[in-house]
Design a protein around this ligand. Sequence first.
Ligand code: BGP
Length: 470
Amino acid sequence: MIYQTQAAFPDGFLWGASTSAYQVEGSWDSDGKGPSVVDMLTHPAGKADFTVASDHYQRMESDVALFAQLGLKAYRFSIAWSRVIPDGDGNVNQEGLNFYRRLVDTLCAHGIEPIVTLYHFDLPWALEQKGGWLNRHTIDAFVRYADVLFLALGNKVRFWLTINEQNTMILHPGAIGTPPGRELPDKKSLYQQSHHMLVAQAQVMQRCHQRLPEAKIGPAINTTSMYAATCRPEDAIAAHNWETLRCWSFLDVAVHGRYNALALRYLQDRGLAPQMLPQDTAQLAAARPDFVAINYYSTATIAASRGDASDVAPRAGDQQIMLGEPGVYRPEENPYTAKTPYGWVIDPVGLRLTLRKVCERYGLPVMITENGIGAPDTLAADGTVDDGYRIDFLRQHIEQIQLALADGVEVIGYFPWSAIDVVSTHQGYAKRYGFIYVNRHEQTLNDLRRIPKRSFYWYQQVIASNGHQL
Ligand code: BGP
């Protein structure tokens, strides 16, 4: 048996937790903030929208005090682009920027390392109206926006993440939502958008290195290992197809500075290859991240395509529920894994496998920027929230990180999703992930009181013991 002994977590390991701006902040139009694409979404009947979310914008100081009580060494949050630059490419809104200055200062005052995601799904609406990521102008706007943040916060922020889950935005745009009256973009447009994001990301990584030589920056991709449904060689090829297209094709460009060969052929054969300007190739090649961030929730199981519509699952897909694509892959059930109440496969061992793959593929330190279980947590009559299933889920994943450390993977931080309850991307407020319960429901806001869940006290002890006490 290779390495069944767990390694200890290194000193300085970044024990953290994550959120994103639009899912936690609320105050969607306060203090000069411009609308973003997510503010324009229509929500399924009865589900929470993002206008108040968890009201973190108004309660930031006391929330950070709770994060400090939890013992967080680091906190990953995103900055709302349209709070800082309301129309995406015009004047800087100092009030919006000041919120993030105060957030970073408050974190630092509590000894919590700020980890900043530049862009987490919430493109400014004004840029979307000019064509969004299909318009190359958005590349320049993103670089300028990032530069504003490097200058304003770079003296205190050491770790930056470029774009959250570019692969989710491109491959599962429906999970992030489509503004009313709009069709989802066709695949060709999505891959063109993706190319522009990759070029923008490369420029931002370079700019970060020029401006802040001490800082570290990397991409954050939703990384899901694919198992072959059987040892039939065709199933193995299909699993490899989809793992490459869904995960590695995005990270390969970020790290190696060039398109993955298989992914490029896939795009070319289907007439989906993006138009690339001559300077793009040089810009992609010139940038390199300092680490790779992965959001890990589950694995998927894949069989060979039958080559017809029967490959496509008769259900709604999302970030973690694979749909199938004729000629490429077909999703299968995994009889060896359980599922969350929302149908996401629970696979702690898959995290170890995924970490090994990222390590051998890129040879860079790895930060796990999301991992967690969405569940309809309930507040009991005695005022407690018993989320033992979350403790089990996180414990099993942390054990696998220890095994990955023993395997030689340099894991530098772990950021469960989410620090506090937030609105889900497309499934409302009842799907909770936080260590801290927020007393609101889909449409009744109640008092938005914060209540540490049982997992809060458990994670507190995990951090305090540097992972010894699980
Ligand atoms: C990731 C996103 C997060 C988050 C999480 C849970 O894909 O980066 O923003 O929300 O998934 O997903 P959901 O909210 O859909 O349950």
